[in-house]
Design a binder for this molecule. Structure first.
Ligand code: FES
Length: 235
């Protein structure tokens, strides 16, 4: 019997009971395995495949496809920064640089204390609150580079929650960062509130444009006649 079956029999049975075919339970079983083991190595993936009665390759493919499955150890918080176009316009690249600098890591690396892994991902489907960060499965909105340290401090203070909720982010919450980096929880039943922008400063006055320089006369030499060396076509 596998370790998962031995210790999580009830949870596994209740997942399998929700689906008509065992294959359909692949994602929830992988989330369970990831929360138990911390990441999905080959052994964990084969174990899930054995529970589902599937060839291991079918489960390896699923793990390789989704960015929320981690095939190597990651930090307590997996910080995924969206680097798609709207987030980039509003500072995602600067945010990634600030996180790397503050944590002393490169992309896809984990901080020395094991708390944070930084990764870039594509659109997280919350573009109206860009730049967006997904920490495990919590969403953090309006995270510009100047708020990176406040966000990290908030996540560090909430590290114990990860143990309860799991790395895979079941029961995740939404948060927004205010102008000074203050982190506020968003009540999921609260009415939708788009990002609040401060008053825009008027654009600086433009200096009067210099008149274009008059066209320069170009001296044209007599040129050289091209020799007429055309020959008749052999056709
Ligand atoms: S572009 Fe970042 S959430 Fe869509």
């Amino acid at each position: 019997m596998t370790m998962l079956l031995e210790n999580y029999r009830e949870a596994i049975d209740s997942i399998l009971a929700r689906y008509g075919s065992p294959r359909s339970a692949t994602l929830p079983l992988l989330y369970l395995a990831q929360d138990v083991y911390g990441h999905l190595n080959g052994e964990a993936i084969r174990e899930v495949a054995a529970i589902l009665g599937l060839p291991p390759t079918a489960v390896f493919e699923v793990v390789g496809f989704y960015t929320l499955f981690y095939s190597r150890p990651v930090g307590t918080w997996m910080i995924q920064v969206c680097d798609d176009v709207p987030c980039c316009y509003l500072g995602a690249e600067e945010l990634i640089e600030a996180l790397k600098h503050t944590l002393g890591v490169d992309e896809d690396q984990t901080s020395a204390d094991g708390m944070f892994t930084v990764q870039r991902v594509k659109c997280l489907a919350a573009c109206d609150r860009a730049p967006v960060v997904q920490a495990n499965l919590d969403y953090l909105y309006d995270v510009t580079a100047d708020k990176a340290e406040a966000m990290l401090a908030n996540l560090r203070a909430r590290a114990a929650e990860v143990k309860k909720r799991g790395l895979s982010g079941r029961f995740a919450e939404d948060f927004e960062l205010g102008p000074g980096g203050e982190v506020a929880h968003i009540d999921r039943d609260a009415p939708y509130r788009p990002r609040q922008f401060g008053p825009q400063a008027p654009p600086p006055p433009q200096a009067a444009a210099e008149p274009p320089a008059p066209p320069q006369a170009v001296e044209v030499g007599p040129g050289i006649d091209r020799p007429d060396d055309r020959t008749a076509s052999p056709l």
